[in-house]
Design a protein around this ligand. Structure first.
Ligand SMILES: Cc1cc2nc3c(=O)[nH]c(=O)nc-3n(C[C@H](O)[C@H](O)[C@H](O)COP(=O)(O)O)c2cc1C
Length: 305
């Protein structure tokens, strides 16, 4: 019997396979396809303090081996999440990781405090410091000091709630931001959110997305995410949850070897809602191929020349 459990600071998960925010709704819509008991965790769509309508359409476009999205954090707000979605989510036999985005440092702290106060049912909180599609919003995780301060203040407000800082790859050196999140007291970092890109309809001389630019995700970004995760893991400062182009068991094993302690499956959920469950089912056999009987044994075991 393999030991699939993983420890990310204060957070323990039954296995390292989660589903990523914004690609799994609030889980209800996935219930017909997914045996939640087989997942390490579910990260529901980001919620903001107040409801948001999101960006003007079109909001998604398919690209080579991936997609661009500019949803713009369309959601019904934190109170609706706590009263409408959490009562359902907490009945699911898996860890639920809430995901919030504040418009300012103070709003992040106020939202974290509210979640903490009524946290029953939430195993952890992911701070989305990195949404590229919110007009007028700040991509907090491009600034190490801001990242450190937001994580620190949320940490102080919610001392026993596991906190995960979700990082943007749209920076020169993501390890600087990861270290800042670690200094702020994050239990883990999720790396990465989407890469900013764009698509053009040349005949109409127009951008395809209503927001002009959007975030690139899917298999196209896997090698980029792999490098980001590998570099952060080498800091040995904070556990890493890998996100970016993960669609298969092989992808997951690559990220674990690169140093990820857990993974999130994102875009793949849209075209194969059972991907995460199949990956989790396949983990023991993949570990056995390496002569390992636990996930922990293989994390960060890359042999570099
Ligand atoms: C349509 C769409 C919506 C997303 N919405 C969110 C969101 O609300 N919050 C968040 O933290 N990440 C969001 N993401 C980013 C994903 O969680 C993930 O970090 C990213 O897509 C890279 O992983 P992937 O290549 O496996 O999709 C979204 C991604 C997509 C494709």
């Amino acid at each position: 019997m393999s030991d699939l459990s993983v420890q990310l600071g204060r957070l323990t998960l039954r296995n390292p396979v989660l589903v990523a925010s914004g690609t799994f709704g609030y889980a209800r819509e996935m219930a017909p396809f997914v045996d939640f008991a087989k997942l390490g965790g579910v990260v529901p769509k980001t919620v903001t303090q107040s409801p948001r309508a999101g960006n003007r359409p079109p909001r998604t476009v398919e690209t080579a081996s991936g997609m661009l999205n500019a949803i713009g954090l369309d959601n019904d707000g934190l109170e609706h999440f706590l009263t409408h979605h959490v009562p359902y989510l907490r009945t699911l036999p898996t860890a639920i990781v809430g995901n919030i985005a504040g418009k300012s440092e103070d709003e992040f702290v106020a939202m974290a405090a509210r979640v903490h106060q009524s946290r029953e049912g939430l195993a952890a909180l992911e701070l989305n410091l990195s949404c590229p599609n919110v007009s007028g919003g700040t991509d907090f995780a491009i600034d190490p000091e801001l990242t450190r301060r937001i994580v620190r203040r949320c940490r102080d407000t919610c001392p026993d709630l596991p906190l995960i800082a979700k990082l943007t790859p749209n920076v020169t050196d993501i390890t600087v931001i990861a270290r800042a999140a670690a200094d702020g007291g994050a239990d883990a970092v999720s790396a990465v959110n989407t890469f900013v890109g764009m698509a053009i309809d040349w005949r109409r001389r127009k951008p395809i997305l209503g927001n002009v630019t959007g975030g690139l995700s899917g298999p196209a970004i896997k090698p980029l995410a792999l490098r980001a995760v590998w570099r952060i893991a080498q800091l040995k400062a904070v556990p890493v949850i890998a996100v970016g182009g993960i669609a298969t068991l092989d992808d997951v094993m690559e990220f674990l070897i690169a140093g990820a302690s857990a993974v999130q499956v994102g875009t793949a959920n849209f075209y194969d809602p059972t991907a995460s469950v199949r990956i989790a089912d396949g983990l023991p056999a993949a570990l056995a191929e390496l002569g390992a009987s636990s996930v922990r044994e293989v994390v960060g075991t890359l042999k570099t020349p």
